[in-house]
Design a protein around this ligand. Structure first.
Ligand code: SF4
Ligand code: SF4
Ligand code: FES
Length: 361
C-alpha cells in the first residue's frame, strides 16, 4: 500500500459561496486509479460526493478534472499531489456535475416506419461516431459553447451519426446549421479530451459541412475563400511581393551541408508575413541544413477541409506532394501550425512533415 496526498474540490451550494480544495492523505494500492483514491477518501469522509458506475471506462459517469484536464476517474492513474475537480459544468455538489441538460441536447434519430437494415458500408462509417459514453468531457472544454449558442461537440457527433444512418427519415443539415455547425473553430480540444478518442472535428463537423456544401448552404464568406483559392492557389491576398517571389529556390547553409529539408511556406507567411519567414531562414542557415523551397507549392487546403468545400482539394494535395517529391525531398518543414497539422493529418505524404521547432530541437 502507498500513502498518497491529494486535493479534492469541495462545494455544497447550500453552505458554500465558492469551491475550495480540501487535502486528504489515504492509503491505496500500487497503480491505483483516481476513483480508488476517491473511494478511500469516502471511507474517512463520507460527505464527499462523486459519481461512478461501471468502473471500466464504459459508462462515462465518473468524468472529473485531474490537474485541470478531463479524465475518467476509473481509468486515470492517481498521482501524488494531484488536484481532483469537477468537470467545468454546473456543479451539483463536490465532483458531481449537472449532466442531464447536456445529454438531453444530444439529437436522437427519427426512425423510418420501415425495416431497413443498414448496409455494411454505412455501419463502417458510423462506427467511429457511435462509441460516445456521454461523459460530456468534450462539452466541458468546447470554447465555441462558451461564447455562442453552439449545441456542442457530442451533439454534432450525433447529427453526423444520424446523417449516415439510412433509417433516418429527414435531412438534419439545416438543424445542424441552426445549432451552430459553423461556429466550431476546429480547435480539436474535444478530440484531445475524449476518452474514446472520437474525432468529432474531422469525422463529424467537417463531414456535416461537406453535406451543407453539397446542399448549397456554405457560408458566403467561406465561399469567397474557396473562390480565391480556386483562382490564385492561395487563401489570402498579398499586399506586396510574396515570400516565394522574393526567395531563391535553394538556400545553402553557412559551412558544411549536414542535411536537406523542403520548406512548405503556407499562405499566411507567403502573402502576409514574409518577413517572419525570412527571419526563420536566417536561423536555419546556421544549422547546416540546406532548404529547398519549391515555387510551385500552393495552399495546403486547410480552409477548404475545415469548411467542407472539398471539390478540388485533391488537386491541391497532388500539386503540393509533387512539388516536393519531384525534387527528391524526404522531409518537409513547416512554420505555420495549421499547415503543419493539415499536412500531417489530412494528407498521405511520401515524406515526413516536421514543424521548424521539431527540426531545431
Ligand atoms: S473542435 Fe469545435 S467542437 Fe471541438 S472543442 Fe473545438 S470548437 Fe468545440
Ligand atoms: S464524444 Fe467523447 S468526450 Fe464527448 S461525451 Fe462522448 S465520450 Fe465523452
Ligand atoms: S465508472 Fe464508468 S466510466 Fe468510470
Amino acid at each position: 500500500m502507498n500513502l498518497i496526498s491529494v486535493k479534492v474540490s469541495r462545494f455544497d451550494p447550500v453552505y458554500d459561496k465558492e469551491p475550495r480544495n480540501q487535502e486528504y492523505s489515504v492509503e491505496v494500492n500500487e497503480g491505483a486509479r483516481v476513483l480508488n483514491v476517491l473511494q478511500a477518501i469516502h471511507t474517512i469522509d463520507p460527505t464527499l460526493e462523486f459519481r461512478s458506475s461501471c468502473r471500466a471506462g464504459q459508462c462515462g459517469s465518473c468524468a472529473v478534472r485531474v490537474n485541470g484536464e478531463p479524465a475518467l476517474a476509473c481509468m486515470e492513474e492517481a498521482v501524488e499531489g494531484m488536484i481532483v475537480e469537477p468537470l467545468a459544468l454546473p456543479v451539483i455538489k463536490d465532483l458531481v456535475v449537472e449532466l442531464v441538460p447536456g445529454i438531453n441536447l444530444i439529437p436522437r434519430i427519427h426512425p423510418c416506419d420501415c425495416s431497413v437494415i443498414p448496409d455494411p458500408k454505412y455501419v463502417e462509417k458510423i462506427k467511429p461516431l457511435r462509441d460516445c459514453i456521454e461523459c460530456l468531457s468534450c462539452v466541458s472544454v468546447c470554447p465555441a459553447m462558451q461564447v455562442t449558442d453552439f449545441i456542442g461537440p457530442t451533439s454534432m457527433r450525433a447529427q453526423m451519426r444520424i446523417a449516415l444512418d439510412p433509417r433516418e427519415t429527414e435531412s438534419r443539415i439545416r438543424d445542424a446549421i441552426s445549432q451552430g455547425l459553423f461556429t466550431c473553430t476546429s480547435c480539436q480540444r474535444c478530440l484531445v479530451v475524449c476518452p474514446k478518442e472520437i474525432e468529432i472535428p474531422g469525422k463529424a463537423i467537417e463531414k456535416l459541412r461537406e453535406i451543407a456544401n453539397r446542399e448549397g448552404l456554405t457560408l458566403p464568406r467561406h465561399q469567397e475563400v474557396e473562390a480565391l483559392i480556386h483562382r490564385t492557389g492561395r487563401s489570402v491576398e498579398s499586399a506586396g511581393e510574396t515570400f516565394l517571389e522574393q526567395i531563391p529556390e535553394v538556400i545553402e547553409p553557412f559551412g558544411q551541408v549536414m542535411g536537406e529539408v523542403g520548406f512548405f511556406v503556407g499562405c499566411m507567411f507567403n502573402g502576409r508575413l514574409p518577413e517572419r519567414a525570412f527571419d526563420m531562414i536566417e536561423v536555419m542557415k546556421r544549422t547546416g541544413i540546406r532548404i529547398v523551397i519549391p515555387k510551385d507549392q500552393v495552399c495546403c487546403g486547410s480552409p477548404l477541409i475545415r469548411t467542407g468545400q472539398t471539390t478540388f482539394l485533391n488537386e491541391l494535395k497532388e500539386k503540393n506532394i509533387n512539388a516536393f517529391t519531384s525534387r527528391g525531398i524526404n522531409t518537409v518543414m513547416t512554420m505555420c501550425a495549421g499547415c503543419g497539422s493539415t499536412l500531417k493529418h489530412d494528407y498521405e505524404t511520401p515524406f515526413t512533415v516536421k514543424d521548424v521547432t521539431e527540426i531545431l530541437t
